[in-house]
Ligand binder design. Structure first.
Ligand code: IMP
Ligand code: MG
Length: 178
């Protein structure tokens, strides 16, 4: 059983790399079907989505554009619920089909802030893709269109997700050991 320690916390393996890739194959299949002719713009929410964004977008086989947005709402292992940073995009998304790329949707506060901000820019549509989705924690109404993996309320790290900045480089996803 693979284990890692990050600062004061211990984690054990939860989702193997091959399982992550299979789950991404499944969502990419849907996105490829849904956006074959619409030249979507993927808006990746940094920092956490960088690995998922890379694996997802390289499976997209049609015209698309890619850009990044930065947000932070987490401190330690708890969502602070308030958005601390929102560094906007420069590309025009007016009249464009937008696909948000998230690492994880927890309470949905971050996602809602991002969607509200993007809607002001007049996109033709906005859909949401996320590697991980915590349906039991989700408190918003924005549909989660493309969730690769649904999980419980546990705190996870790896594959882009961090604990106090650490663990993003792990190829697998790890779960906290209480
Ligand atoms: P929300 O705003 O509560 O949905 O939280 C979303 C953000 O919190 C994500 O984009 C992550 O950056 C972070 N986050 C939520 N759950 C976890 C977790 O289990 N591990 C690491 N980061 C998380
Ligand atoms: Mg995030």
């Amino acid at each position: 059983m693979k284990k890692v320690s990050l600062e004061d916390k211990n984690f054990r393996i939860f989702i193997e790399s091959a399982k992550i890739q299979e789950a991404i194959d499944a969502v990419s299949f849907k996105i490829n079907n849904d956006y074959a002719k619409s030249n979507p713009i993927f808006i990746c929410v940094l920092n956490g989505s960088f690995m998922f964004a890379s694996d997802l977008i390289k499976r997209f086989n049609h015209d698309c554009e890619v850009t990044f947005l930065k947000v932070a709402s987490y401190e330690g292992t708890q969502s602070t619920g308030s958005i601390k940073e929102l560094i906007g995009i420069n590309e025009s998304i007016s009249d464009r089909h937008v696909i948000i790329v998230e690492d994880i949707v927890d309470t949905g506060a971050t996602l809602e802030a991002v969607v509200n901000e993007l809607e002001l820019l007049g996109p033709k549509s906005i859909k949401v893709s996320t590697l991980l989705y915590k349906p039991l924690a989700y408190k918003r109404t924005i549909p989660i269109d493309y969730a690769a993996i649904e999980v419980g309320n546990e705190f996870l790290v790896g594959y882009g997700l961090d604990y106090n900045g650490l663990g993003r480089n792990l190829e697998e996803i790890y779960i906290i050991e209480e």
